[in-house]
Design a protein around this ligand. Structure first.
Ligand code: CTP
Length: 397
């Protein structure tokens, strides 16, 4: 944690007194901490205590009243290696989930490029309310990590779930996160993502429903762990956020193969996440195929190259390859046969029979099979969390 930049966001809950302990732990571990408080947070713990512990003035307003100095949430967002909101009240969580940027903390959150950790703290009924669950799910879907509250006696003297996790445990989560950031340092990862479009004529194509979310999540997770990432992506609407991701945009399977062949020889890992069209029209009409006066056209298809298989055949010692299998039936047999036929080290199976898995969703439910016989099933998680599970397993190979 030494030298890491942490934004500690404090909102207005009784657990704010524990934030001083958390801040102390970060400082003792060598981190630089900038405290950002909501106005309500200041009712529970004074900025003087926190600035004395952090060695930096606490930020709470957009401007310093007497000098007019502007506190740039944008600069703060770029400065941070991690942002921790502890305690995160129901109100702050709701504002974060919905982009209500009416205070410095939420504005900073919206500008933060670094991973965000949220430690909720509230009364048990507030925590159990569907609106809180929905807002926390939204935060998870943005890739934020929720540090679940513990059960115990609350400020209301009721017993239940809602008490902010102890500072020592929040600290451990951050410690593990920073340790993980070194996991892929010095490694290069090739990731394919999204669909491919195979042109029929200048305005039409054969494609599929892939949105690229899973592949982009893997690229972000790998980059956040120190890897240099080459993301070869079919046509999707997402932009990578991490500066260590080099995006190569392609359209067809053949273009995707060409980009992969260029980068694969120097890659340590390749994760084949793209939903590559298996067939392409044999010819692309030079002009738009017209409807009037014509019989329905017959489109002759040719097989596209199997990118994963092509690379799998060229795999050298030490290179590790991951494939995906999105299946509707005979899931296990299909996944195992793809693992073997494409010479993969690991395959990630998701079944369209599982709710929340597959194309377009922000979540996924996977089972990982490794070439050495390993099999692990995971619950329904955000795609970013799934990406972390995939990379955790990949690193053990
Ligand atoms: N894949 C690939 N190139 C292709 C087809 C698939 O690189 N032309 C990769 C995918 O990125 C994925 C894995 O191979 O990692 C399995 O993809 P999938 O479409 O499920 O398998 P296919 O081999 O195309 O088999 P099928 O469509 O018959 O299920």
């Amino acid at each position: 944690m030494k030298g890491k930049h942490i934004i500690l966001g404090i909102s207005g809950g009784i657990a704010a007194y524990k934030s001083a302990t958390l801040l102390r732990l970060f400082i003792k571990a060598g981190a630089e901490v900038q405290v950002v408080m909501t106005p309500a947070g200041k009712e529970f713990i004074t900025p003087v205590t926190l600035s004395a512990l952090s060695g930096k003035p606490v930020v709470s307003e957009f401007f310093t009243a007497n000098s007019g100095e502007w506190h740039s949430h944008v600069d703060l967002g770029l400065w941070a290696d991690a942002m921790v909101i502890a305690p995160a009240t129901a109100s702050t969580i709701a504002k974060m989930a919905n982009g209500v940027a009416d205070n410095m903390l939420v504005t900073t959150y919206l500008s933060a490029k670094a991973p965000v950790f949220v430690a909720p703290a509230m009364d048990l009924d507030m925590f159990a309310h569907p609106t809180t669950s929905r807002n926390l799910d939204l935060l998870r879907s943005y890739g934020n990590t929720i540090i679940e509250p513990a059960s115990g006696e609350l400020a209301s003297h009721l017993i239940g779930k809602g008490r902010m996790e102890e500072p020592e445990n929040i600290f451990k989560v951050l410690e593990a996160f920073f340790a993980k950031q070194e996991d892929l340092k010095g490694k290069k990862m090739l990731v394919t993502a999204g669909p491919t479009y195979e042109k029929i004529d200048p305005v039409r194509f054969i494609g599929n429903y892939s949105t690229g979310k899973m592949g982009y999540a893997i690229a972000e997770e790998a980059a956040s762990r120190g890897a240099e990432v080459v993301l070869v992506s079919g046509p999707v609407d997402i932009m990578p956020r991490h500066p260590a991701i080099h995006l190569v945009k392609v359209e067809s399977a053949r273009e995707m193969l060409a980009a992969c062949e260029e980068h694969f020889p120097t890659a340590d890992y390749a994760v084949m996440c793209a939903a590559v069209a298996d067939y392409a029209p044999a010819d692309c009409a030079a002009t738009k195929i017209k409807r009037e006066g014509n019989e329905p056209p017959v489109i002759h298809l040719v097989k596209n190259p199997d990118i994963a298989k092509t690379l799998g055949m060229k795999k050298r010692d030490g290179q590790k390859m991951v494939g995906f299998a999105l299946e509707t039936d005979h899931e296990f047999d299909n996944a195992m046969s793809k693992l073997r036929s494409k010479n993969l080290d690991m395959i990630v199976l998701n079944s369209l029979r599982d709710k929340g898995a597959g194309f377009g969703t922000d979540t996924n439910k996977i089972t990982i099979f490794t070439a050495d016989g390993g099999e692990t099933s995971f619950g329904l998680k955000s795609k970013r969390e799934v990406a972390a599970d995939i990379i955790d397993t990949l690193i053990t190979l």
